[in-house]
Design a protein around this ligand. Structure first.
Ligand SMILES: *[C@@H]1O[C@H](CO)[C@@H](O)[C@H](O)[C@H]1NC(C)=O
Length: 509
């Protein structure tokens, strides 16, 4: 078991919430709302208006290193434009955002005449610092720039006063804990949001003798996310009513895992078609848009040339710094077009690393989907609440097996596929979550499955005949079963022996 985080984090959280509420009230009184706040996209950073009470003025989140005391919205938005929201182009490195493309009209409210009966969630951990490998690239880049003693001009002039957004390397890989987009706040807020929607199910869940189980893969940031979530959903004494079950990320678990990318041996070892395919394809795509940026930066600062890796690290810092300090000076170094390329590069990475672009994607993701489908068929007696916390590398396979945002053709690496459905930024940002609701809509309509991806209801292609474009449960079950026949046997395809565990056994109340 990992260590228990110190109590003050809870105090900090409560304090942060109070600050947020006060800030929101203040803004509500003192600011006029633009008429077009209805637009789904704009909101996050531009204005705080009625109807979006979860937002607070980002000014209230002042961070000492929130650069140059700058209260310029433009710094957050990059080279702005009214409809541009940088948070939608960070490729999973940035704060949680709602899914807004390809969503069913009408919001998340349950369709008229229906009731939620069972809920299954697979969630990524909340906002975190860079992983060690990615963080080291940032450290190296900054050292190179600082040690050169070059007085950078133009878009990089700010570097003179800029410092890295962590000072203690032990923070890397862990949840961020400062600012409006902190992972601690994000995961707690998710708990409260889901409690708001599903509190009716809590008494049923509690009526069984044992505690309500929920699950996290064995990684500190994943476990911490689950615990903050638990505090928001069940209350501060969540351990009295719920039990967090930690599933090891070790390879010996075979098919009985939340993180099949660690147990599917061939996926790890197959350098052509396995895990490594993602970074390889991403680098190829990256090479198409980097030269123009390199040239631009070189014109501003002829004494230093940056590699693809270094420019990519700069783009990555835009998202990561935002989750620590609330904004980042790295964002406006790049144009909107640069970020469209970056966003797509990140889509390519995930598509070919653990999504439809690798033959192992659906195979790995089907394990959890099958177990979840079985619980749905078991019905309310199986229990109403199932919350699992994992990494984005585990969500991509599940989404692939679900076949809900798979494109008809593989994503090209020569240019941006503008109308693609596969969008990492909106499907698995930090804290990204996919929720399956089993809804019961009366005798005549029967039971249906509704998919909520980051609060955008998303219809399953070819299975959306139910209320709110939900999928009849029986059809859903058949669909999952068919997919299982298509992907084949996990142990065999992954090169595991026949005595390796075959399937998920821990997912039950
Ligand atoms: C999938 O579900 C079926 C029940 O419909 C079960 O018999 C089978 O063992 C499951 N397989 C895996 C790998 O989860």
């Amino acid at each position: 078991m990992p260590s228990i985080p110190p109590i003050p984090s809870v105090v900090t959280l409560v304090y942060a919430l109070v600050v947020a509420v006060v800030a929101y009230r203040w803004n509500w009184i003192s600011q006029e709302c633009p008429a077009e706040t209805k637009s789904q996209h704009g909101g996050y950073l531009e204005y705080e208006c009625a109807g979006k009470p979860h937002q607070s003025s980002w000014r209230s989140w002042w961070h000492p290193q929130h650069m140059l005391g700058g209260a310029h919205a433009g710094h957050i938005h990059g080279h702005g434009g009214k409809d541009w929201n940088i948070l939608y182009h960070l490729g999973g490195n940035g704060p949680w955002v709602e899914k807004v493309v390809d969503v069913v009209d009408g919001g998340i409210a349950v369709p008229h005449g229906c009731k939620v009966e069972q809920v299954h969630m697979m969630s990524r951990h909340a906002e975190r610092y860079p992983t060690i490998r990615v963080g080291r690239r940032m450290i190296k880049l900054l050292e190179k720039m600082k040690q050169s003693k070059i007085a950078f001009q133009g878009d990089l002039a700010f570097v003179k006063d800029w410092e890295l957004f962590w000072s203690d390397d032990s923070l890397m890989e862990h949840l961020t804990s400062t600012g409006p987009f902190s992972g601690t706040l994000g995961s707690f807020t998710t708990g409260v949001r889901l409690r708001t929607r599903y509190h009716n199910l809590i008494p049923t869940a509690r009526s069984s003798e044992s505690k309500i189980r929920f699950w996290a893969s064995d990684s500190d940031r994943v476990i911490d996310t689950a615990r903050y979530f638990g505090a928001g959903f069940f209350g501060l004494d969540w351990q009295d009513t719920a039990q967090l079950h930690i599933v090891p990320e070790t390879s010996d678990l075979g098919g009985d895992t939340l993180t099949p990318g660690d147990t599917c041996l061939k996926y790890v070892e197959d350098v052509e078609e396995g895990h490594d395919k993602g970074p390889a394809m991403m680098q190829k795509y990256r090479a198409t848009y980097m030269p123009a940026i390199r040239q631009r930066l070189l014109e501003q600062n002829p004494k230093m040339e940056f590699s693809d890796d270094e420019i990519y690290a700069m783009q990555e810092m835009c998202g990561f710094e935002t989750t620590v300090r609330g904004s980042s000076h790295w964002c406006p170094v790049f144009t909107q077009e640069d970020f469209l390329h970056f966003e797509y590069a990140r889509d390519i990475l995930h598509y070919y690393r653990a999504g439809p672009g690798t033959q192992y994607g659906a195979l790995m993701g089907w394990l959890w989907l099958n177990a979840t489908k079985n619980l749905m068929l078991e019905g309310p007696l199986a229990g109403p609440l199932f919350f699992s916390f994992v990494h984005d590398g585990d969500i991509a396979p599940m989404i692939t097996a679900l076949d809900i945002i798979n494109d008809e053709e593989h994503l090209p690496i020569s240019h941006i596929a503008a109308s693609r459905k596969w969008r990492k930024s909106q499907v698995s940002p930090m804290g990204g979550r996919t929720i399956f609701e089993v809804i019961s809509c009366g005798e005549k309509e029967g039971k249906h499955v509704r998919i909520n991806i980051n609060d955008g209801i998303t219809a399953i292609p070819d299975c959306d005949s139910g209320p709110g474009r939900s999928c009849p449960l029986a059809d859903f079950a058949r669909r999952v079963q068919r997919k299982g026949e298509e992907v084949g046997d996990f142990r065999e395809k992954c090169g595991l022996s026949t005595d390796a565990p075959e399937k998920i056994t821990f997912l039950h109340q």
